[in-house]
Write a protein that binds this ligand. Structure first.
Ligand code: OSB
Ligand code: MG
Length: 366
């Protein structure tokens, strides 16, 4: 593959309803859509999943534009690239900025699988046709969270992740369990706790949660290990895992029993595959996390989740969970609690350029 042109579109979409986490509230979503054109005229799409603010990781839309512009795009333009993993090797000369790198690498994976006439899922090594998925319930008053779960249960979701904060964790989880004694339920703390809160967290052991996601800060591997030793409930790491070395560290220390993989956070699909193979070897179940992203990332995430190590339903909700309309056709929909894995070559869906243009605030061509 010889990359002739890269186009970046910064788009902005309002969320259907504000999304509350322990970090703060998201009301609109800015994203960078990457369109890559190869010599043959073939087109690949990727997405940079950084947020506007550096709450979740250090990266933002603006830092991503900066490193794409000055450092990453020049590395791949007019180079012969046989396989997307070569790009992730090239990118290693620049530190960090995983979401910017993953955006480009995603577009290369789309181009590569189109060239090979394979679905992205097959190109990655996945084989199933449909995957069970979960949904995230944002922080709200408890009554509203119960209503949300009822609605999502009717829509067919099989796993429910509830955002909690330190003040209301017990109240939220106990009330949900009273109403839904048997659902597959987990919580995501987004680093709201510290090691001093171990006793408070241990009280949640009685609710048979599927897992507790990222209770402590992202560098607190030792603290997570201490907590995991004291709790029956599995700990899952999200923000802590930036690369395969973080997975090795987590396994060596016993910092978690489950890992959430987000291609953007770990620098792309190639790194996600490495993490997959290592986790499989160590019997660490995986699931694919969500970033309130557009359909381009959603279908990429579905392809990744079709690999055998992804045994827990991920945050791969339908397009309609966050947005009135998606930028892909067909958009992601639930069928009997599952989403279908696209079978066409590449990401396997049409990208709606017209809609992207309507949402675009800034466009750059290289
Ligand atoms: O921690 O998984 C997270 C959304 C924004 C920032 C961080 C996280 C999330 C989610 C995913 O929980 C929500 C979704 O994509 O539906
Ligand atoms: Mg999380």
């Amino acid at each position: 593959m010889r990359i002739k042109q890269v186009e970046l579109s910064v788009i902005e979409q309002p969320l259907k309803v504000p999304f509350h986490t322990s970090y703060g509230t998201y009301v609109q979503r800015e994203s960078i859509i990457i369109k890559m054109i190869e010599d043959s005229g073939a087109i690949g799409y990727g997405e940079v999943v950084a947020f506007s603010e550096p709450w979740y990781t250090e990266e933002t839309i603006q830092t991503a534009l900066h490193v794409l512009d000055l450092f990453l795009i020049p590395l791949i333009l007019e180079k012969d690239i046989i396989h997307p993993s070569e790009a992730s090797e090239l990118f290693k000369c620049f530190k960090g900025h995983h979401m910017a790198k993953a955006g480009l690498e995603g577009a290369l994976w789309d181009l590569y699988s189109k060239q090979q006439n394979l679905s992205l899922a097959n190109a990655l090594g996945g084989s199933c046709d449909a995957i069970p998925v979960g949904v995230v319930v944002s922080l709200a008053n408890t009554e509203k969270m119960i209503q949300q779960i009822k609605q999502y249960e009717q829509e067919g979701y099989e796993r429910f992740k509830v955002k909690v904060d330190k003040k209301r964790d017990y109240e939220i989880v106990s009330t949900i369990r009273e109403h839904f004694p048997d659902i597959s339920l987990m919580i995501d703390a987004n680093s709201a706790y510290t090691i001093k809160d171990i006793d408070q967290l241990k009280r949640l052991d009685e609710f048979k949660l599927l897992m507790i996601e990222q209770p402590f800060g992202d560098r607190e591997f030792i603290e997570h290990a201490e907590l995991q030793k004291e709790m029956k409930t599995s700990i899952c790491l999200d923000e802590s895992i930036h690369c395969i070395e973080d997975v090795k560290l987590a396994i060596a220390l016993g910092a978690c029993r489950i890992i959430n993989v987000k291609p953007g956070r770990v620098g792309g699909l190639t790194e996600s595959l490495k993490i997959h193979d290592l986790a499989l070897k160590h019997h660490i179940p995986l699931w694919v996390g969500g970033m309130i992203e557009t359909g381009i990332s959603r279908v990429q995430n579905i392809a990744l989740a079709s690999l055998p190590g992804f045994t827990i339903p991920g945050d791969i909700s339908a397009s309609s969970r966050h947005f009135e309309e998606d930028i892909i056709h067909p958009d992601v929909q639930l069928q009997n609690g599952k989403v279908l894995v696209p079978q066409e070559a590449g990401i396997g869906v049409e990208v709606d350029e017209e809609r992207i243009d309507r949402l675009t605030k800034l466009k750059r061509r290289y």
